[in-house]
Design a protein around this ligand. Structure first.
Ligand SMILES: Nc1ncnc2c1ncn2[C@@H]1O[C@H](COP(=O)(O)OP(=O)(O)OP(=O)(O)O)[C@@H](O)[C@H]1O
Ligand SMILES: [Mg+2]
Length: 320
């Protein structure tokens, strides 16, 4: 059954590099914000995309409202560590003594995964951050996870750390982080892919890891970049027929026909991958069209958001 993504507070979007994770985060964020959820897209130590889609400048490690009800932040390791240190140690002076000590700084740099831990830690803190009146600061946090390999090690980090340090304040903190990642009431992991060879392979692998070792709550599979069905079957037959009879001297007509044939073939390749995904991955699936755009701006995100809404409704209908 399809889960309700907008009832969770910690929604992770993962997938191979370049498949459209940030685009999907933006579209989800727009849908949530329009529904009145106070939403924040958390990018993790990357070149920010979220603000750009909404026509805003990058804001670094600071919440910026990029659309009514929708915010974004780029979680960077240094300020995340500083914030964490200050939160735990309370006093700037003590913090400086501990964390700005050169030896300590060097130590933190060489402990593997330490930077990532602070990235995840900030996102984790966002989930429990409260407003003055006690309500959660965020109704929804959308975590734009790093590309596959990094994403998995990031999500596995709490487990990895707990294996070597299973007692003390650090273990308590990391344990709570792991609890959040495994909690189906709050957390949902979604995957993004393209209907192409490599992304589909990596998606299977990622899904295996999520279901196997990580055991995190499964959400949706977003298949991005789907080409339109260009022609009906009859018209496709006409293209083939034309291709056979057009003489080589008809240069422009031939180029047109060959271009069309190429596009049809691409769409057929995609269909094969879509079938493969449907056969091997029983996740609720949302299909997003390829948009022939020069720039990915608010109008493109809006289009994808609208497609998303109608497909989520269809999935809810199916589940009901
Ligand atoms: N549906 C689509 N139609 C056309 N182009 C798209 C679509 N989705 C994404 N793109 C293009 O692909 C680019 C990469 O998308 P995006 O930044 O969301 O990928 P990503 O998975 O977040 O990449 P990275 O792993 O580098 O963070 C976008 O800037 C956009 O130009
Ligand atoms: Mg991205």
């Amino acid at each position: 059954m399809a889960p309700n993504l907008f009832e969770k507070r910690f929604v992770i979007v993962a997938g191979k590099g370049g498949v459209g994770k940030s685009v999907v985060c933006a579209a989800l964020g727009l849908v949530a914000a329009r529904r009145g959820l106070r939403t924040c897209i958390a990018e993790l130590n990357t070149r920010e995309k979220a603000p750009l889609f909404f026509g805003k400048p990058p804001s670094g490690y600071a919440y910026q409202e990029i659309y009514p009800n929708l915010f974004s932040i780029n979680i960077l390791p240094d300020p995340a560590l500083r914030e964490y240190g200050l939160m735990k140690l309370r006093f700037e002076r003590v913090y400086k003594l501990v964390f700005e000590n050169e030896a300590m700084k060097r130590l933190l740099k060489v402990i593997p995964g330490m930077n990532e831990l602070f990235l995840l830690g900030k996102a984790f803190n966002m989930e429990r951050e409260k407003r003055r009146d006690g309500r959660p600061l965020w109704d929804l946090i959308i975590v734009d996870a790093p590309a596959t390999g990094h994403g998995v090690s990031l999500l596995r980090l709490p487990d990895t750390i707990l294996k070597v340090a299973d007692a003390g304040p650090m273990a308590e903190e990391v344990g709570a982080m792991r609890d959040l990642l495994l909690d189906p009431r709050r957390t949902l992991v979604n995957l993004v892919t393209l209907p192409e060879e490599m992304p589909v392979r990596e998606t299977f692998e990622l899904a295996n890891q999520l279901e196997g070792q990580l055991r995190m709550p499964k959400g949706f599979l977003f298949v991005n970049g789907i080409w339109p069905e260009l022609l009906s079957e009859t018209d496709q037959g006409l293209v083939t027929a034309l291709d056979a009879v057009l003489p080589p001297s008809e240069v422009r007509a031939r180029a047109g026909v060959e271009g069309l044939a190429q596009m049809l073939e691409r769409r057929r390749f995609q269909e094969a991958h879509l079938t493969e995904l449907a056969d091997h991955m029983p996740w609720p699936r949302v299909e997003l069209p390829y948009l022939f755009r020069e720039r990915f701006d608010l109008s493109a995100i809006t289009l994808l958001a609208d497609t998303l809404v109608s497909q989520l409704q269809a999935l809810e209908g199916k589940a009901a």
